[in-house]
Design a protein around this ligand. Structure first.
Ligand code: ADP
Ligand code: MG
Length: 688
């Protein structure tokens, strides 16, 4: 239960003074649903208002406050021309105050002719004249004192002004109680951090309040680290079963290649973990094509040899089917029973799978989240492998481990190379194995960055490519704003390309297609009947068609770098030279250009991740990767990075030295967890 002391902060914004239906939408759009969200809605910038007596003393381009008297109006002659109020300062120097829009009623009301007003706004030069566009304050002289020299600027959305936002934020802040301290006293004084309540208030009042902002960020990072640590402790408290296969299946495996050193090392680490009576919680990080599937298979066979079952969870149906197929191919004639279960298996088929799981005749089950649904009961689930962690939050993980009486060992695989510095904040509760070595003989993918203006050339090249018997992917851009934008863009592109190359040559897959339909298209592409596959990012992970050696990505600048790198990993899977064309729109920013250039330069996913971190900061990286509970609302990516170590050490100290959550500081820390809604950890707290 949330501590009562936090209740005022968690009331809905709708209950605040002056929030009517008109503000509901913009607030919802900004995610400011409750007072606490408003209180944590920190200023993004500050106005420093230069109050002057004469315009001649003021700098253009700055926010100023000055007394002006209107002497005439210039109504707009056309729909586009603005309405102008012509005014002078005390010394008689002229300025135009400019209003766009049709309604000239309110500027007239704000500026009665001949009456002085205190006006605040940005002073601009327009040709030889001074002007001010849409001043932010126009008040009678008596009220000038109420306009501060300095004002916070908040993130806004259509339908809410900064002034309104300020009022609401102030209401949010006023609901913040004085909270007991959770930060270790030594750390707090060393950093010179204020109390929480005070820190919150000054973060909204004082642009120089660095320590205050830092403290607020720290609190969030601390909550996050503590949550991860509790999760880890919880998992470690559970009983697992030591799993130690005798190697008979693994020895009988005939692989067409020798495992890489990295694969061997990872497998050794996994084997070591699985032999323990504590459930394994390990993350396997490896670039696209680094051979994670084999590592998973070895771990699964280890479980089967020891008389247990394995579950292999994939994020999409396509991938589940591919994993199923590649496991069976690797297993050859070995007598290991691998079944597949997705939303598609229904009726009798599903029944018989459920029975096989219950009686143990199915050794390995591959599937989508269906494999962890209520009705699915395993005889002896020893290992769960989850492919592509970022689609699964801590919550799902907990659900999974809660299913079995004894917690199964857990291996999570991700193709997203995460910089070392971020692993702690994202996966602080897991042990990590890295596949930092590619199987031999991989050809680097020849990557080029091309302006979309050269689309026609691309399409011609694509024609030659297909004519030579090879296949290609065409990835359509992410379309934000509308819910099904991605799909529509892909459909439109597919129509154009079908027109060009023939409908029987071009397939289309997107996220909204039904499973069977999607699989049929993928199958047709994998078998070579389709030459070109137009897709949204549903092909992002795992799909393997070696004859596809060209990828064209439209709107490449709109993708994350790591995501592009993953996409690109769909080609270069065979022994032929492969190409990736990154098409971008005009007006590419410097950073965007540098990012795309990086992909051209290197095929090393870990390096790309490190560089992306440097170029964009951790935000984007974390942003796309944040699953559920690990979302940060307050701490900037830079802060997360710089504070993670201290927060980690502090959380450890709390648990190891300061009596854990039962101590006084522990109680306070519990409040901190609730404040930042670390749900999974809170679920653990309430389950004892
Ligand atoms: P990931 O899932 O990490 O992206 P996969 O497991 O799909 O990569 O492996 C990519 C390809 O590399 C597969 O075709 C696989 O058979 C092959 N492969 C895996 N390990 C090796 C190895 N040690 N040597 C050569 N090829 C390998
Ligand atoms: Mg894979």
């Amino acid at each position: 239960m949330r501590p009562d002391i936090l209740n005022p902060l968690f009331t809905e914004s709708a209950a605040l003074k002056g929030v009517g239906t008109a503000l509901a939408k913009p607030l919802a759009r900004l995610g400011l649903d409750r007072a606490v969200d408003l209180a944590f809605h920190l200023p993004v910038a500050w106005i420093e208002r230069q109050k002057v007596r004469r315009l001649a003393e003021a700098e253009t381009g700055r926010m100023i406050g000055v007394v002006l008297t209107a002497h005439d109006y210039r109504a707009s002659g056309s729909a586009r021309a603005p309405f102008r109020v012509r005014a002078v300062d005390e010394a008689g120097d002229p300025i135009s105050i400019v209003y766009f829009g049709k309604n000239s009623g309110w500027p007239r009301k704000l500026f009665p002719l001949g009456e002085p007003r205190f006006v605040s706004g940005r002073l601009d030069r327009f040709g030889d004249d001074l002007q001010m566009v849409h001043p932010d304050h126009v008040v009678e002289l008596g009220e000038a004192g109420a306009i501060p020299d300095r004002e916070p600027i908040y993130g806004l959305s259509e339908g809410i002004t900064n002034g309104r936002m300020r009022e609401l934020v102030a209401q949010g802040v006023s609901r913040a109680p004085v909270l007991p301290e959770w930060i270790e006293p030594g750390l707090k004084s060393m950093r010179g951090w204020p109390e929480w309540r005070e820190a919150l208030a000054s973060a909204h009042e004082d642009p120089g309040a660095k320590a205050a902002r830092e403290r607020l960020a720290y609190d969030e990072v601390f909550a996050s680290q503590l949550a991860l640590m509790l999760l880890r402790a919880q998992t470690r408290r559970r009983r697992g079963t030591p799993v130690q296969g005798d190697g008979r299946l693994r020895d009988a495996l005939t692989l067409p290649f020798a495992p890489t050193g990295a694969q061997r090392r990872a497998f050794g680490e996994i084997e070591g973990d699985m032999a323990q009576p504590i459930p394994m919680l390990r993350l396997l990080q490896g670039d696209v094509g680094s051979g994670k599937t084999l590592v998973a298979l070895m771990a699964l066979l280890n479980a089967v040899e020891a008389g247990g079952q394995g579950a292999f969870l994939a994020p999409t149906e396509i991938l589940a089917r591919q994993h199923h197929a590649s496991l069976q191919a690797l297993l050859g004639g070995l007598s290991v029973n691998v079944a597949i279960l997705t939303g598609r298996e229904k009726g009798k088929v599903r029944e018989s799978i459920l029975m096989g799981l219950a009686d143990g005749s199915i050794h390995i089950l591959v599937g989508t989240h269906a494999i962890f649904q209520e009705a699915v009961a395993y005889k002896n689930l020893a290992l769960a492998v989850i492919d592509e962690q970022h689609r699964f939050g801590v919550h799902q993980r907990l659900m999974l481990t809660n299913k079995a009486e004894k917690t199964p060992h857990l291996l999570v695989m991700t193709a997203t190379p995460i910089p070392r510095t971020l692993t702690l904040t994202q996966y602080g509760d897991m042990d990590v194995s890295r596949l930092d070595e590619m199987p031999p003989g991989r050809q680097p993918i020849d990557t080029r960055v091309v302006a979309e203006a050269r689309m026609e050339e691309m399409v011609e090249g694509l024609g030659r490519h297909i004519a030579s018997g090879r296949q290609a992917y065409w990835v359509c851009p992410l379309v934000e704003q509308s819910e099904d934008g991605d799909e529509r863009a892909a459909e439109a592109r597919a129509a154009i390309l079908r027109n060009r190359f023939g409908a029987d040559q071009v397939g289309l897959v997107h996220g909204r297609m039904a499973g069977p339909e999607k699989d049929a298209v993928m199958e047709a592409f994998a078998s070579g009947r389709l030459k070109l596959l137009v897709a949204t990012t549903v092909i992002e992970v795992g799909v393997d068609v070696p004859n596809a050696t060209l990828m064209i990505v439209e709107g490449a600048e709109r993708f994350g770098l790591a995501q592009l790198h993953q996409l690109r990993g769909r080609v270069g899977r065979g022994d032929q030279r492969s190409f990736c064309m990154l098409l971008h729109g005009d007006n590419l920013s410097e950073t965007a250009r540098a990012r795309l250039a990086l992909l051209r330069e290197t095929n090393d996913g870990f390096r790309i991740a490190e560089e992306d971190l440097r170029l964009r900061g951790a935000g984007e990286l974390l942003g796309t990767r944040q699953s559920g509970e690990q979302r940060y609302r307050l701490a900037t990516p830079e802060q997360i990075q710089s504070l993670a170590d201290a927060a980690n050490a502090d959380a450890r100290l709390l648990i190891d030295r300061d009596g854990g959550l039962k101590s006084e500081r522990g109680e306070a820390s519990r409040t901190c967890l609730y404040l930042f809604e670390r749900d999974a950890a809170i679920a653990l707290l309430s389950s004892g």
